[in-house]
Design a protein around this ligand. Structure first.
Ligand SMILES: O=C(O)CCC(=O)C(=O)O
Length: 311
């Protein structure tokens, strides 16, 4: 009887392993057939504004790369629907106020295609890969939009990991028939941008970039001295016809992958919420360290319960 139980357990483990490895093989095989674009070509880059600094790269991604990124999200959703409970822990959903589109974060270096796009972004921006957040994939259906907002932060807590968002590379994974433009309402001199009636009404409120599959926009949210640039206000106009897929990559001032270790100290030692003990017992100090523990200069809410105080 005991032997039968052991054999059954071994068989079940083997099935799980085959499922896990099989999925990775599929990913690698799919990635191998995705055509890359030609090497980085500066003649494809155009400066469309200097205040704020905005550049458009025509054909930054190949059609295959765009399709691959969209497929990753669609596949993930399909798998999640039939995913057993032990594999549901994957990716964040990326909610933002003011944005009605849906979004999902990929993993960094998730597969060879994602890796080479991340390398190309670093080559274009001269900013290290470790300063970047995971790539997000956004899908805007009819009427969906992103209200104008800043990518830099207004609080200290969000700056603990990597500081402000310094630059954004926004890649378009589809061409939108009408609407869906990325608009910069504060860009200096936007009124002189020639616009015909192929632009949506919303796009007439600022400097507008039309979403064209494979193109990418690079803009800077901070001045070169690190001070936030309010001219970098931007948003996505509502999609009027078609579907918009875009992929923002936010790049911080410092390393986002290796944030500084929080030193033990006695500053900010009191809990700031009556729920701290309960959250700490539920493991939130480890799962949500920025909020719970904080960092130097920006103490978290529950330092006492997280036991990071000396006394
Ligand atoms: O999708 C767009 O055009 C805008 C996206 C955006 O503003 C952002 O992700 O910060």
């Amino acid at each position: 009887m005991r032997l039968r139980v052991v054999l059954l357990a071994l068989a079940a483990t083997a099935v799980v392993l085959v499922l896990l490895l099989g999925e990775d093989d599929d990913d690698a095989a799919a990635a191998a057939v995705v055509a890359p674009v030609p090497p980085f070509n500066p003649s494809r880059v155009k400066a469309v504004s200097w205040q704020p600094r905005i550049f458009v790269y025509k054909g930054f991604l190949s059609d295959d790369e765009c399709d691959h990124l969209v497929t990753l999200v669609s596949e993930h959703r399909r798998r999640r629907r039939r995913r057993p409970w032990w594999r549901t822990r994957h990716n964040q959903s990326g909610y933002s106020p003011g944005r009605t589109s849906t979004g999902m974060f990929l993993n960094k270096r998730q597969d060879p295609v994602v890796s080479r796009i991340e390398e190309r972004i670093a080559a274009w921006t001269f900013l290290p890969q470790e300063n970047a957040e995971n790539m997000q994939i956004l899908r805007y259906e009819h009427g969906q939009k992103y209200e104008p907002h800043f990518d830099y932060f207004h609080d200290k807590i969000n700056q603990v990991r990597g500081g402000h968002r310094y630059a954004t590379v926004l890649m378009y994974l589809s061409t939108v028939d009408k609407g869906g433009e990325t608009v910069f309402p504060n860009a200096k001199g936007w009124e002189s941008q020639p616009k015909d009636d192929t632009f949506s009404e919303c796009a007439h409120q600022g400097l507008a970039v039309k979403p064209v599959k494979g193109d990418a926009v690079l803009f800077f949210s901070l001045h070169v001295d690190g001070v936030p640039d309010p001219l970098s206000l931007h948003g996505s106009c509502p999609v009027i016809q078609g579907e918009k897929w875009s992929a923002p990559k936010w790049i911080h001032v410092r390393s986002y992958e290796n944030p500084p270790v929080v030193p033990k100290d006695t500053r900010g030692c009191a809990d700031k919420s009556e729920h701290c003990a309960e959250w700490a017992a539920a493991g939130e100090c480890g799962k949500n360290p920025v909020y719970m523990v904080g960092a130097e200069g920006a103490p978290g809410q529950c330092r006492k319960s997280c036991n990071v105080c000396d006394s």
